[in-house]
Design a protein around this ligand. Structure first.
Ligand SMILES: C[S@@+](CC[C@H](N)C(=O)[O-])C[C@H]1O[C@@H](n2cnc3c(N)ncnc32)[C@H](O)[C@@H]1O
Length: 222
């Protein structure tokens, strides 16, 4: 059987806020790779390990756990080390999950690892799947019953760093028939139409005209 790698978003810490798809990926895996900041590879302080243990208990399944030491130094060699642990895991297992808190799209290690895998093992990269999850800020909004944006408002995610950083912009709620000329591409612009519905269409460019209400554009940072 071909190797399969799931990058599983666990949600913001409540085991009930994991998606069914993410749960199924964990249940379908031969082993689960869990990041730990402890150099002794223990999970004493690991929030991810707590969530996965609770899920295994609540949903009555058990999988071998592979610790992935994650020192958070943001160095290429650390990510390579983590990828090497995944490669080693594949020597014994066919299906692996790597887990991350919240949603993998937001400040997660997942894409550092996938970039390396894409360059070194393109077949494994093609067979990898990223499973979306609930972000910490969606949960925060729900906790206090305050929207992040509604009507004519918008919201921003600002990393608390002492420097200018590139930006991803999401364009939503277009009018059908609208010309997209006013959307100026800064990075890499994609069009997503009818995602997960009939006629799903994802293009790695900006469509010149909006054909469906269920259209969003993402200008990914470069
Ligand atoms: C590395 S980012 C990961 C974000 C995550 N992928 C997400 O979707 O929310 C970690 C930051 O997210 C925020 N965060 C994540 N989980 C949180 C929680 N349970 N409570 C408050 N803030 C949280 C904090 O700002 C924290 O510094």
């Amino acid at each position: 059987m071909d190797k399969q790698l799931y990058m599983v978003s666990l949600g913001p810490g409540d085991s009930e806020l994991i998606t069914i798809k993410a749960l199924k990926a964990l249940q379908n895996s031969d082993a689960i790779c869990i990041p730990t900041k402890s150099p002794d590879h223990s999970f004493k302080k690991s929030l991810t390990h707590k969530i996965v243990s609770k899920l295994m208990e609540e949903h009555d399944f058990s999988k071998p756990i592979i610790p992935v030491y994650t020192p958070m130094h943001f160095k290429k060699e650390d990510w390579q080390y983590q990828v090497d642990i995944l490669y080693k895991g594949f020597e014994e297992h066919t299906i692996l999950s790597f887990v991350t808190l919240g949603d993998s799209a937001v400040y997660s290690t997942v894409y550092y690892l996938l970039d390396i895998i894409k360059a070194q093992q393109p077949e494994l990269y093609c067979r990898s799947e990223v499973i979306a999850g609930v972000t910490s800020f969606s949960q925060a909004s729900a906790k206090v019953k305050k929207p992040l944006c509604v009507g004519d408002s918008r919201f921003e995610i600002v990393p608390l760093l002492d420097k200018e950083v590139p930006c991803t912009t999401i364009y939503m709620r277009p009018k059908i028939g609208m010309d997209t000329e006013l959307i100026k591409e800064q990075g890499e612009l994609y069009t997503f139409e009818n995602m997960n519905y009939n006629g799903e269409n994802i293009t790695s460019y900006k469509k010149s005209r909006v054909e469906r209400y269920m259209t969003l554009f993402i200008d990914f940072f470069k």
